[in-house]
Design a binder for this molecule. Sequence first.
Ligand SMILES: Cc1cc2nc3c(=O)[nH]c(=O)nc-3n(C[C@H](O)[C@H](O)[C@H](O)COP(=O)(O)OP(=O)(O)OC[C@H]3O[C@@H](n4cnc5c(N)ncnc54)[C@H](O)[C@@H]3O)c2cc1C
Length: 546
Amino acid sequence: MTLRRANIARIDGGLFDVLVVGAGINGAVSAASLAGRGASVALIDRGDFGGFTSQESSNLVWGGFKYLENYELPLVFGLSRSRNRLMKAYPDNIKEISFLATLDRTAPYRPWFAAVGAAAYWGIGLFGTHRPHVFGVEQLEEVEPVINTSTARGAVQYQDAYLVDNDSRFVFSFVRSAIEAGAAVANYVELVSAERVGDRWVCRLRDTDSGEEVTTSARVVVNAVGPFVDELNSSWGLQTRHRIVYSKGIHLVVPRLTTTRHDRVLAFFDDTQRLFYVIPMGQRSVIGTTDTRIETPFTHVTDEDREFLLGQINARLDLPRPLTADDVIAERSGVRPLVVRAGGGDHEDADWTSLSRRHEIERDTDRGVVTVFGGKLTDCLNVGEEVADHVQALGIPLEKDLRNWYGEPAKATRKEFYRQARLMRLDALRTRPEVEPLSDRLWRRYGRRAFDLLEMVRADPTMGQDVMGSTDYLRAELYTAAEQEMVVTLDDFMRRRSKIDLVVSDRDILDSPGLREVAEILFGADAEARLAAYVESKGRTSVDNP
Ligand SMILES: Cc1cc2nc3c(=O)[nH]c(=O)nc-3n(C[C@H](O)[C@H](O)[C@H](O)COP(=O)(O)OP(=O)(O)OC[C@H]3O[C@@H](n4cnc5c(N)ncnc54)[C@H](O)[C@@H]3O)c2cc1C
């Protein structure tokens, strides 16, 4: 039986302290913190883990320098603290990075003023990063020659952090933490309806992969369905003080634009005076994002969105030739769930981009519901802790918070992993010198589970081979994903457990001779059907007949 089937069987007919609905970042951290403190927890998502908003982020872990424009000091202070905690807890997954903001003649601030802001930001962040710097135009040319400095007045460099892998992989780390603490977790399971009966919720769930229906019960429900929280609450007739509005943001992934060997985020003001970024992702650059008011959570990148971003970046970089739509390797689009007061029309006339990015958590004591409104990946530890406080206030006893439900393993464990990897010459298996050492990647992505990967490679050297050529995934990683990572569709692996789909073009993926083997390892007897569904989602009929 697969891990997922086993978990659905546990959920069916079970009685849990807490049912967490939605496994984006907010649901995943809630489940990890509650299960880590001894509650019996079920976590479900109607799609894949981190498969909706949480896979569309800029991958930045930041205090929000730009929110200083709206004088949101408490928000910036809270996010900066959270960033510092995350950097400390995840030294290999979350790295400090420089943001180089170019200020040209049309920018709303002069370099000296931005420098004062950067110094204040550093202070609000409790000096948790390296210090900011101001650059004149000549220095700017030197540090990042790709920037078009013809109209630049100077630049300011401040520090924040980023996720070295991708957002949904980060979400998955909390899902694994919840699983390891005993939670019953399943993706592709939807909450169809829920009814309060006495002291508990009786919930009807549907496996969206097989169509099978199951029921389960829980004393408390955590509503963490992100952009859909209001819909779910109103289906139960629940009144809340807050609600969600949507702001759409897109990203374009293109071949690496920055020329230096250092990873650095470039920041620019676009023509609407809004900051946008060029963010490094290995051999790629991610350009984004936009901030557009929208009425639906379901979005895609339109021609207009794409042209806008490409136009903005072409005007600000000195490229050998302008970027066009043909250079775009992958696109992403999502909505930020922004929290506003219910009933208050105060946001209607507000500048949309100035709406706060804070989160709110509400508790309904009579019905036993905790709702998470808004929030950011950066805020995740706070959300996990606050949800646990609310659940405790609803009468579910929790163990003391030892803060061991998040973070990378201890330094001594890391040291031992690197020792074993060195002794078996793991990094010599790497076939392409431009990609990072295998030991770094395995440790970062799997933590303690990376020891099992070493064992697999020691037992069978073919496990150390790269299956898809250009994608850098070992056969051992695929077997691990099949067994421990609840991969239901090929897209779950390509886009969320790995970031292959973000950095390799569809054509290269579909033409890879290893793709069929990937499907066979992940899905066994279901391989052909899963492969066909993936290929069809990419607009092809077969991998063999382009
Ligand atoms: C363009 C963009 C850029 C961003 N950049 C950053 C950034 O750089 N840094 C940062 O910190 N934050 C960033 N954010 C914000 C951050 O990504 C989001 O706030 C966060 O991912 C929201 O997570 P969530 O768990 O609330 O929602 P989601 O990730 O949407 O999760 C909700 C889940 O609920 C599930 N669901 C819905 N209904 C049901 C049901 N009935 N039954 C079961 N499951 C259900 C959905 O399938 C979904 O997976 C960005 C957001 C956007 C859109």
